[in-house]
Design a protein around this ligand. Sequence first.
Ligand code: ADP
Ligand code: MG
Length: 468
Amino acid sequence: MSGEALDVRLNSEWELVCGRLREEVGEAAYQSWLKPMSVREMTGGQIRLSVPTRFMQDWVVAHYAERLSALWQVENPDVDSVDVIVQSDRRALRTRAAEDMGVEQKPSPPLAPARPRTSQRLEESYAEINAPLDPRFTFDQFVVGKPNEFAYAAARRVAEADTVPFNPLFLYGGVGLGKTHLMHAIAWSIRNENATRNVIYLSAEKFMYRFIRALREQNTVDFKEQFRSVDVLMIDDVQFIAGKDSTQEEFFHTFNALVDQRRQIVLSADKSPSNLEGIEERLKSRLNCGLVADLHATTYELRLGILQSKADQIGVDVQSNVLEFLAHKITSNVRELEGALNRIVAHAQLVGRETTLETTQEVLHDLLRANDRRVTIEEIQKRVAEHFNIRTSDMHSARRARSVARPRQVAMYLAKQLTSRSLPEIGRKFGGRDHTTVMHAVKKVDELRERDAGFAEDVDLLRRMLEG
Ligand code: ADP
Ligand code: MG
């Protein structure tokens, strides 16, 4: 039998054996011990399985080896024993597979073009720490507009570069604006282009959970090894490790080790590194060293673009006035926007009639009401004036003293963020100012938020008050 055919056969036997044992030992044990294993080869009557760490090897040998070989004999009578080895580096696997097939080895296989089989193996050996990727979250399906073009470009760059362009890439922005989507897109792209690169994507929560488990099992050496042998490490929602000191400490070391080895790191959070609370200064400054890219709140144009693209993907024809209506009304985040579209499409299919503006309003009345509780520019001006102790009339006045100009800029900024008014409309409400003044205010406030955590907190507080 050729090496390839043997591999296929071994893998399918392994799937059967593993499935049987899974039924016997239960899901938790399966996830912890069996799933991370992969089958390597068969020599004589011996099956060789590998696990990523020595600790797992000891455990599997002690608890499952006998049962595994018994189950395997049922599938294949030629098997007489099962051996478990430690092999965390999947490159070794490629090497062995190549040897089996009589392929001559090159001294540096890491960047050799991969076969699909390899990427499947990668998923197996790292399955335990790697979170599944959403098949819809690709670059192709990401709609690019002003608010996210920078983050998108940065993500693409990381995905396509052969060397590390900036480290880390730090993506931040509010809920549902596409951070996770971009991270998955990077992972998909790298896997498709170059499956020999080892990409790991997981949430900060899972990182912490794994770390704590390693501590408990006195297994931190393997934990470190596992994370430090990746080419690209992506951790989502790192705000989660704020205030969790030992996790942060470990994260910091992992981070430094990977950066030193010129491996790519991609992180996401709901705030910029400087504004993350409960994160140590030294870590913040490391996070700031690479490229920080934010995803801004969506604009009407982007929302409309996203709706059109989603409608195309689902393969339905929705009247453009319905899409425009949704883009106007549902401004909170993209996830809600998608949900709204799905609901009206489902409704239309159920009743077998085309969606109109009326049915949309009916079907989505609850959602629309929630999004309708929007603030007006007048309310924003009043609240901001109160907060900074100035007169509301100063929002319209021509006074330029910093004590009034700054609050006015904050109010403009919030008007942009919290209402769907255009820049010229906002300008008019602030004593007939030009749209470039509003644009400048938005930029200025963004800058100040970056530099001054106290100021950022003030603005966020106001924002929450106005939204609540
Ligand atoms: P975050 O991680 O920032 O909270 P997600 O990446 O989970 O947000 O995005 C929420 C949803 O919105 C996902 O279904 C995602 O595909 C979609 N989405 C967000 N931004 C875009 C975009 N620019 N184009 C297409 N879909 C988007
Ligand atoms: Mg997310």
